[in-house]
Design a protein around this ligand. Structure first.
Ligand SMILES: [Zn+2]
Ligand SMILES: [Zn+2]
Length: 410
């Protein structure tokens, strides 16, 4: 396998994604990581360019397909047995008049995970065969953009929580599909760890040395450095290139306000109603956590408390702080803020645990008068908070915090 960087033997100029610091990247040895000298961001990471990520991605794809074909959980109550497929949750949500929630669950748990594993497998197969087709760049960019939205790992935790809630109703067991979901999540995580993204990009199209004077512009997705004007499309991945994310502050502020407005209804309104012997009891996010505590599932209770209640607040407060800091040109805690931004950006998807739990319960607990679970409006507000705050973190450009201190404008 060729490694263009080492071939040229040259150190490379890169600009940090998170703080815009331009620095020289030395040629890296295998299994080593280069971090930004100023904010500690991972700039490059070398993994052996072998077939491991491809094998893992193909195995993940296989498990992902199995997860869609076999029952996830089986519940039996008073002689009646119910089981669910991955698609049962979205289907039950549609019949309960919650089409938006149904779509979100379907995309996050079925479409995006399969699309990500499929796209990564395809790109790696083509790269291995030595192809440099034009569509590989845009396809790999799509896969990278989708990664945070492919939430199989989060679904697994949602499945755990649903499982504990089902235990009080009847006999519960995990089906073949359930184990396949867990395997898919684990394999997805492994692919993420061993995939040498720089190598994939350089195999898709080897970067030409940047010549001549004038400002350079780096691609936000594949890091290709060019001398093209702002707004041009990246020749490698077709991503539109801007020096900073466009209209970042206004978009962040709008999304933070929307997220904050929905946060209270999301936590106060019932997210579902659990009916037993015809009597429905409303369940909010907090009573759900209380239920986990009451039944002794402390670790799960703590995870859900963090993911559902604290993480959205942390995101909203941090992003507000970042925006004010840019406007006021604060220098204080720049490095800490940049690190906090990375945390906030990466952790947001975990808030979806409860959304997945609801989708599992509404599909499974349909035992007529004995026991039913119905989704409630709070669930829609809650899912909206999660998605809106994820977009808010994506809209914010942490480099603006460093620009502000250097006296530059957006
Ligand atoms: Zn940096
Ligand atoms: Zn690019």
């Amino acid at each position: 396998m060729d490694t263009p960087l080492e071939e040229s033997g040259a150190a490379e100029e890169v600009a940090c994604h998170d703080c815009a610091q331009v620095q020289t990247l030395p040629p890296l040895g295998l299994r080593s990581v280069a971090r930004c000298i100023r904010c500690d961001a991972v700039l490059d990471r070398r993994e052996p360019p072998d077939s491991t990520p491809l094998a893992l991605a193909l195995a993940g794809l296989f498990c992902g397909l199995m997860a869609n074909a076999f029952p996830i959980i089986e519940v039996s109550l008073a002689g009646r047995v119910r089981s669910n497929l991955l698609v049962s949750g979205p289907r039950a949500l549609i019949s309960d008049q919650m089409p938006v929630l149904a779509l979100l669950v379907a995309f996050f748990s079925i479409v995006f995970p399969l699309l990500w594993l499929g796209a990564v497998s395809y790109v790696l197969l083509r790269v291995r065969a030595g192809t440099r087709a034009r569509e590989l760049g845009p396809l790999f960019r799509l896969a990278e953009r989708l990664r945070p939205w492919a939430m199989t790992e989060v679904y697994v935790i949602g499945g755990f929580v649903a499982f504990t809630r089902l235990e009080e109703l009847g006999r519960v067991s995990i089906g073949t599909g359930g184990w396949a979901v867990a395997a898919t999540a684990f394999l997805t995580f492994l692919v993420d760890q061993v995939l040498d993204r720089r190598h994939v990009w350089d195999s898709i199209r080897r970067p030409a040395p940047v010549r001549g004077p004038g400002p350079t512009l780096g691609c936000p997705q594949c890091d290709l450095v060019t001398t093209l004007p702002e707004g041009s499309r990246c020749p490698r991945c077709r991503c539109q290139m801007w020096r900073r994310k466009r209209d970042s502050l206004n978009r962040t502020v709008a999304l933070v306000i929307a997220g904050a407005a929905l946060y209270l209804p999301a936590n106060i309104l019932p997210i579902m109603a659990v009916g037993r012997l015809g009597r429905p009891t409303p369940d909010t996010i907090l009573t759900g956590i209380g239920e986990l505590v009451r039944r002794g599932y402390w670790p799960l209770a703590i995870i859900v408390l963090f993911a559902s209640v604290l993480v959205p607040v942390l995101k909203l407060v941090s992003l507000t702080w970042f925006v004010v800091a840019v406007r006021q040109r604060w220098r204080w805690a720049l490095r800490f803020r940049t690190r906090l931004y990375r945390l906030v950006d990466g952790i947001g998807r975990w808030s979806n645990i409860d959304v997945f739990m609801i989708s599992l319960l509404v599909a499974l607990v349909q035992f007529g008068v004995l026991a039913t679970v119905e989704p409630k409006a709070g669930a829609v507000a809650f899912a909206a908070v999660v998605v809106i705050t994820m977009f808010a973190a994506e809209a914010f450009d942490p480099r603006l915090m460093w620009d502000a201190v250097e006296g530059r404008d957006e």
